[in-house]
Design a binder for this molecule. Structure first.
Ligand code: RM4
Ligand code: MN
Ligand code: MN
Length: 439
């Protein structure tokens, strides 16, 4: 059983003093850039204060499986020092949060993150300033202790006993989440078919809806159920929940506590994701969001590295929804980075993703929503487009750095992480062959 220890200095990879000291050496340069930007934006009647405050408040959670090196079905290239337990995953999240000031929660995946004593885990996380975001069930793999296989599906399976096992697993995940203080269950199903004729589409959907109904009945009243969709993989002919339409239909059948979760990588190339966001936010059904970058499908690459403009357009829809009082409030959305790192240090990649997210959020916050609305109403196509592009082309990095600085995190997290040789310290502590659980 895990018993939380008091923090030993050697266990800490960094300290608030060290961060403050490093920030001091960067402060003059940073402030120079910030004032310069402030002047430019003031000429456009944009006040940077509310923007910085919103950036400070934005928190995006870390999935426990993203703290180790991911891989593909062809191979994996571990870098060492990976977290070996749920506590070490929490410690890495806490470290990341100290550096960025924007990652105060972890999202667990059961059974990758099981423990014999969840109240001790909760206490440990609390001591490290980390909360538990949406908790994920996993019925897309077979687990050592289970009786029935999910080879042919889980909540949609033709056999009642397999469905029962998958339903019970989800209820168990809710139980664990309750002990940790989590408030949402995320269900993503691998269910589907690889070949035409394999599945009866209608029946597979009905069985899934019935199974979800049972889980929904078990959901505590203050919880949300987040339904995630994906067009293909692991099944390549059909997925039972392939798109937002199906996820929304299920959510509507289940009730108000059920919402749709949008994972950026779960769309076919060129899908207009911002429109999906606007649609769901507009009817109060956008409950969760998984950030990542993608060229083709569920690539799980660094957010913002490939399509920053699309990410900006998505944030514009969210900011606009908040501005216009749409039923979905951004503060109710479970934000998470759902990425996997093949060739990078996971912590460095998470820092880059967090920065990429905040940059596009900042860009969207620069938009004069009222002016944009006017241009739209007047069919001023060119001007409306100009408003968006002008915001996107501002270098907002000093605003993001200022938000971090005010959150007592690093002005430049990546350089700090490298200068302090944090990965080397983790390898020394956990070994070169340590492997995190996950994909
Ligand atoms: C899926 C989906 C889920 C995540 C798993 C690991 O593609 O994105 O959110 O839990 O991968
Ligand atoms: Mn996801
Ligand atoms: Mn995915």
């Amino acid at each position: 059983m895990f018993t939380p220890k008091t923090k030993q200095p050697s266990e800490m990879m960094t300290t608030p003093e060290l961060i403050a000291q490093t920030n001091q050496s960067l402060l003059a340069d940073h402030q120079h850039q910030l004032y310069h930007l402030q002047e430019i934006l003031a000429k456009k009647q944009i006040d940077i204060e509310p923007v910085i405050q919103k950036l400070q408040a934005f928190q995006v959670s870390v999935p426990s499986w993203a703290l180790g090196t991911g891989g593909t079905r062809f191979g994996r290239f571990p870098i060492g020092g990976e977290p070996r337990s749920i506590e070490e995953k929490i410690a890495d999240t806490s470290l990341l949060h100290q550096l960025t000031g924007s990652n105060n929660a972890i999202s667990l995946h059961i059974p990758w993150d099981t423990s014999l004593d969840y109240s001790a885990v909760r206490q440990f996380a609390h001591s490290r300033g980390i909360k538990f975001d949406a908790i994920n069930s996993n019925t897309f793999q077979d687990h050592p202790q289970q009786v029935y296989s999910y080879k042919y599906g889980s909540l949609s399976h033709t056999k009642a006993e397999v469905r029962r096992q998958a339903i019970e697993h989800n209820c168990e995940v809710i139980n664990i989440g309750q002990q940790l203080g989590s408030k949402a269950l995320t269900t993503w199903l691998g269910d589907g078919a690889n070949f035409p004729g394999q599945n009866n589409f209608r029946k597979a959907y009905e069985r899934t809806a019935e199974s979800l109904q049972e889980i929904y009945r078990y959901l505590p009243t203050h919880w949300q159920m987040l339904i995630e969709y994906k067009p293909y993989e692991p099944n390549f002919y059909s997925m039972v929940i392939p798109d937002w339409g199906t996820a929304l239909l299920l959510a509507q059948q289940l009730g108000d506590q059920a919402q749709v979760l949008v994972d950026l990588g779960h769309h076919l190339p060129n899908t207009n994701i911002e429109q999906i966001i606007a649609r769901l936010a507009g009817i109060g059904r956008l409950g969760g969001f998984h950030f990542n970058g993608s060229s083709y499908g569920d690539d799980d690459l660094t957010t913002g590295a490939l399509k920053p403009y699309r990410l900006f357009l998505i944030f514009q829809e969210l900011v606009n929804a908040m501005w216009s009082d749409a039923p979905t409030n951004a503060s109710d959305i479970a934000w998470m980075i759902d990425a996997s790192h093949n060739t990078k240090d996971p912590i460095e990649d998470l820092m880059q993703a967090t920065e990429g997210i905040l940059i596009e959020y900042a860009h969207a916050l620069l938009i004069d929503q009222k002016m944009l609305e006017y241009m739209q109403e007047e069919n001023e196509v060119v001007q409306a487009q100009e408003i968006l592009q002008a915001a996107f082309r501002v270098d907002v990095r000093p605003l993001v750095a200022e938000a971090r600085f005010r959150n007592k995190a690093c002005i430049d997290p990546l350089t700090f992480f490298r200068a302090q040789r944090i990965r080397a310290a983790l390898i020394e502590k956990r070994g070169v062959a340590s492997r995190a659980t996950g994909l």
